[in-house]
Design a protein around this ligand. Structure first.
Ligand code: ADP
Length: 177
């Protein structure tokens, strides 16, 4: 019998990639043979990092995790600007992976699933939750903390942390006078 080849698409802005995203990526690789990390160009959101920077950070984090933690799944980092469902079909993905944080993500995700199901009922969306200590992490808040020289080491890798301080041109501060 031929080995099943399951392809998943994990879309997001990844501005920047956090330990929450990485936890979802690790979990997703238990479900699929190939995971396409779709980095949305997302001009509307006015990302802090440009597309190249966001993709480079995702690439670096994936390399740092290594094949064992990624369950030897094939990982592709793919920038996309088209409709999510079109991207899924183009990438041969039968599964869209989304992460869920508390209740705040639910309403938006609920609507998206409904709409996407109408657009393409062949593609299933699956939701994963990060481990408890990463569940509350949001790129938006991480950026806010870093901008004000706060310590973001519990939320992102040391590499991403440095990119944030460089971008805001600040040095991390302990808050001590
Ligand atoms: P978007 O621009 O779609 O909000 P994000 O880059 O913020 O994209 O997030 C991509 C996906 O990862 C979303 O499904 C989001 O809910 C999920 N996600 C982000 N952070 C976490 C986290 N800490 N725990 C679980 N899921 C998360």
């Amino acid at each position: 019998m031929e080995k099943p080849h399951r392809v998943g698409l994990y879309p997001g802005t990844f501005d920047p990639i956090t330990l929450g995203h990485l936890d979802i990526i690790e979990r997703a690789t238990k479900l699929v043979d190939k995971l396409v990390i779709g980095v949305a160009i997302n001009r509307d959101k006015g990302p802090l990092f440009n597309l190249e920077e966001r993709v480079a950070m995702v690439d670096a984090e994936i390399a740092a995790l290594g094949p064992d933690r990624l369950n030897h799944a094939e990982i592709v980092v793919h920038p996309f600007d088209n409709l999510l469902m079109h991207c899924a079909v183009e990438q041969g993905a039968g599964i869209i992976v989304r992460g869920l944080r508390a209740v705040s993500d639910f309403e938006y995700e609920f609507q998206m699933v409904g709409m996407n199901d109408r657009l393409n009922p062949e593609v299933e969306t699956v939701f994963l939750m990060a481990t408890d200590k990463y569940q509350f992490i949001a790129s938006k808040l991480v950026k806010e903390i870093a901008r004000l020289s706060g310590d973001v080491s519990a939320f992102v890798s040391p590499r991403v942390e440095q990119h944030l301080y460089d971008k805001y041109n600040v040095a991390p501060s302990t808050g001590a006078a």
